[in-house]
Write a protein that binds this ligand. Structure first.
Ligand code: ZN
Length: 125
């Protein structure tokens, strides 16, 4: 389900090297379905919680707020990088870096020399 991509490993001083990573991109239809299910059920739960003593002070606004944050992060998810491997631009060692949600910038530290390395997909701007 992931695609192998070329990534650029860049130091703060601009030195770069190339590496590879597997990009796992969520399918838009799955994201929209998840967002809709969470959005609708949060409204149902929030309305239902109005009948619960004491909880009705908190839940009617906490549930929609939490679901709103979830829906936003689901719809703005650009994918995740895993299996990030390449040559560290600082120490020139072959290293495996920690992946994670795709973002700009995406700072990771080299496991060999500890230097901060910014990961960027070679295909993106
Ligand atoms: Zn290094």
């Amino acid at each position: 389900m992931g695609m192998s991509q070329v990534v650029i490993l860049r130091r703060r001083n601009g030195q770069e090297s190339k590496g590879t990573a597997v990009l796992v991109v969520p399918q838009p239809s799955v994201q929209i379905t998840k967002a809709a299910v969470v959005g609708v059920s949060s409204v149902v739960l929030a309305v239902g919680s109005l009948a619960i003593p004491i909880a009705h002070f908190l839940l009617p606004w906490m549930i929609p707020l939490a679901s709103g944050i979830y829906v936003y992060s689901t719809l703005t998810d650009k994918g995740r990088l895993t299996e990030v491997r390449g040559e560290c631009p600082a120490c020139q060692q072959s290293v495996k870096l920690e992946g994670g949600a795709l973002e700009r910038p995406m700072w990771r530290s080299c496991p060999e020399c500890g230097d901060p390395v910014d990961l960027e997909l070679a295909t993106s701007g």
